[in-house]
Structure formats: structure tokens, C-alpha cells
Design a protein around this ligand. Structure first.
Ligand SMILES: NC(=O)c1ccc[n+]([C@@H]2O[C@H](COP(=O)([O-])OP(=O)(O)OC[C@H]3O[C@@H](n4cnc5c(N)ncnc54)[C@H](O)[C@@H]3O)[C@@H](O)[C@H]2O)c1
Ligand SMILES: N[C@H](C(=O)O)[C@H](O)COP(=O)(O)O
Length: 306
């Protein structure tokens, strides 16, 4: 039976300790997971868990002090997980948090893990967040703000709306109500504050509504999330990273899960980063990682029945 792989993330970040917390709290489920990371750390994990060592055998991370070897280990863990899914050893991946800057220092060419797995596996990814009170899907994610306008294409909206619909349906919502944020303040206020909604976005959404009847026209991004909290929508599509993730991380920082939709295998991750400032101090919350495991299992079960 293929296992769910956990990658350590940056070994100097909070990744190792939130994985340890999950293993401690789920002793009966260790058989179902495989942990990928540096050998000396793996040796400290509970009996019964499958371990896959990467990097130099004698490497020991210093929590809070990332180094080049640790960045290479983080990448090697991702490569091992991606290859393990392709060859049938793993059924999906929950990734520990990595430092994009540290990975860039060792030649990693991607802006995040999402793009890495899309490259290694193929597919059309969409970055989504669930597991807390909000459900958010991003049209663009690791894109400089000034370039977002170039990504307002029919193909990107179709991919993102389909991902939002699939995410809500995977949670049992038969007819998802999908809100789409505008690009401009007040969704352009009828063209007064920008016209991308009128000229580009709403015509695309109008064309998709036949297939997705619960799809909104563009809404004010400043109130769309409050309206989701009040129950008006099942999922909100944000057009750029901070439009979606600022409200999400205010409301759901501890609970939310980063899900990569649209790939051949399931990949989830906690919504937080490496948190070098608190690594090794025993204060990191493992809730988002725990929810990431739960969501990964749910999505794998949905795939198994389709
Ligand atoms: N999934 C991922 O791989 C992922 C996600 C987000 C950010 N990052 C990367 O992480 C690095 C640091 O990013 P950042 O500082 O913006 O965000 P961060 O999430 O690492 O930290 C933001 C704040 O939240 C706190 N925090 C984070 N995780 C916590 C936890 N589990 N429990 C308690 N408090 C926690 C931190 O101490 C800090 O105060 C960056 O290189 C970024 O690219 C990676
Ligand atoms: N955009 C994510 C966030 O802020 O939580 C984060 O950068 C992680 O992205 P990847 O999963 O692609 O590394």
C-alpha cells in the first residue's frame, strides 16, 4: 500500500518538530506514512515509521540557523517525494516548510514548492487553502504584483474556477457558490477605479457560468471574505497572493492548509513558513501540519473513488 510521504522542509525550521508532534499524536497510524529527511534526525523518530534518508549521514541542523546543506536536504526530500509518487512508492506528499530564499541560494529555480511539483509531475496547478473557516483559491500566487494583470486570461480563470469547484465538491458541497474578487478597489466601481473587471474579467466569468452556475461576477475584494464567513459563498477566488492570503492568515493561520490542486498526485502543506525565529523552542503549533495530513488523506480518498 503506497504511503503518504512527509518531507522535512528546511531542517533548521519548524518542519521537523511539527512532523515529530504528528508522529507522537498518531502512534497507531505510523505504518501509513514515510518521513523523508536527514538520517540523524530520522533516527530520533518513533519505531514503526518508514524513514527515507537524504543528505550527508552526519548532518545535524541547528534550529533557527539555516545553512546550505540544510537547503540541499530540503530539496532532496522534495525530489525523493516527487519521484516516489511517480514510481508508486508514495500516494501523496505533505511538505514541510522551506525557505524560498535559501533554496534559491543553492540554485533552486522555482518560486515555491507548488511550481516544483508541477514541474516534476506535470499538470496545471492551482494554489488553494482550506481546513479553517475560509476556503480560498488563488488565480496567481508567486507573481510580482505589477505582473498580475498579464495573468487575467481565460485559461487561468477556467483552471482556477474548476479547481475551486473541485475543492468545494471534495468537501461534500454539491453546488459550490464561488465568489471572485475584483482586481481594483470596489471591483472597479463600474469602471471609475479601473476597468479590468468590465473589459476582461466579467466577460470571462460570464462565459464560464454555464458550467459553474454558482460563479459570481467580480466582487469587492475587501468584503468577499467577510461574506464567505457569513455563509454567502463556499469558496473565494483571489486574483493575487496577498489579496487571498492576508485575510486567510488573519482568520485561519493556525488551521489552514495549503493544497496544490490540479496535479497528478495530492500535495498539501501547512500554511505557515519555516518560522526560523521559533524553531527548536518547542512553541510551534502543529495544527496546520496535522490538518494538512487530514486534507491530504481526504483528497486521496476522493481520487480513489473517482
Ligand atoms: N509551505 C511553505 O513551504 C512555506 C509557506 C509560507 C512561507 N514559506 C517560507 O518561509 C519563510 C519564512 O516566511 P515568513 O516569516 O513570512 O512566514 P512564517 O509562516 O515562517 O512566520 C510568520 C510568523 O508566524 C509564526 N509562525 C509560523 N509558523 C508557526 C507555527 N507553526 N506555530 C506558531 N507560530 C508560527 C512565526 O514565528 C512568525 O512570527 C520564507 O522563506 C517563506 O518563503 C514557506
Ligand atoms: N504562498 C504560500 C504561503 O504564503 O503560504 C507559500 O509561499 C507556500 O508556497 P509553496 O507551497 O508553493 O511553497
Amino acid at each position: 500500500m503506497p504511503k503518504l510521504a512527509f518531507t522535512c522542509g528546511d531542517p533548521a525550521g519548524v518542519g521537523p518538530e511539527i512532523i515529530e508532534a504528528w508522529l507522537s499524536a498518531h502512534a497507531a497510524e505510523l505504518i501509513a506514512v514515510a518521513v523523508i529527511g536527514p538520517a540523524r534526525w530520522l533516527a530520533t523518530l518513533p519505531e514503526g515509521v518508514d524513514r527515507v534518508a537524504v543528505g550527508p549521514a552526519d548532518y545535524a541542523a541547528t534550529p533557527g540557523t539555516p545553512d546550505e546543506t540544510g537547503a540541499r536536504i530540503a530539496l532532496a526530500a522534495m525530489e525523493t517525494a516527487a519521484a516516489g509518487c511517480r514510481d508508486g512508492r508514495f500516494a501523496g506528499v505533505v511538505t514541510g516548510p522551506v525557505s524560498k530564499a535559501r533554496l534559491a541560494d543553492v540554485g533552486y529555480p522555482f518560486p515555491g514548492q507548488t511550481e516544483f511539483f508541477a514541474d516534476r509531475w506535470g499538470g496545471a496547478p492551482a494554489m488553494a487553502f482550506c481546513g479553517g473557516k475560509l476556503r480560498v483559491v488563488l488565480l496567481t500566487w508567486h507573481v510580482p504584483l505589477l505582473e498580475v494583470g498579464e495573468h487575467l486570461t481565460p485559461e487561468n480563470f477556467e483552471r482556477t474556477v474548476a479547481a475551486a469547484d473541485a475543492l468545494a465538491k471534495s468537501e461534500g458541497i454539491a453546488q459550490p457558490r464561488i465568489a471572485v474578487c475584483g482586481l481594483n478597489p470596489h471591483a472597479g466601481e463600474g469602471g471609475l477605479l479601473g476597468d479590468e473587471e468590465l473589459t476582461t474579467i466579467d466577460p470571462i466569468l460570464d462565459g464560464l457560468r454555464g458550467e459553474f452556475p454558482g460563479l459570481s461576477r467580480t466582487l469587492s475584494g475587501d468584503t468577499a471574505f467577510a461574506r464567505q464567513l457569513r455563509g454567502e459563498f463556499d469558496v473565494v477566488i483571489a486574483l493575487y497572493h496577498d489579496q487571498g492570503l492576508a485575510p486567510l492568515k488573519v482568520i485561519d493561520f493556525d488551521e489552514a492548509v495549503n493544497v496544490t490542486l490540479g496535479l497528478p498526485w495530492v500535495r498539501t502543506s501547512p500554511d505557515h513558513g519555516t518560522a526560523f525565529g521559533i524553531a527548536g523552542k518547542g512553541v510551534a503549533s502543529a495544527t496546520s501540519f496535522t490538518n494538512a495530513v487530514t486534507v491530504a488523506r481526504r483528497l486521496m480518498a476522493v481520487r480513489a473513488t473517482n
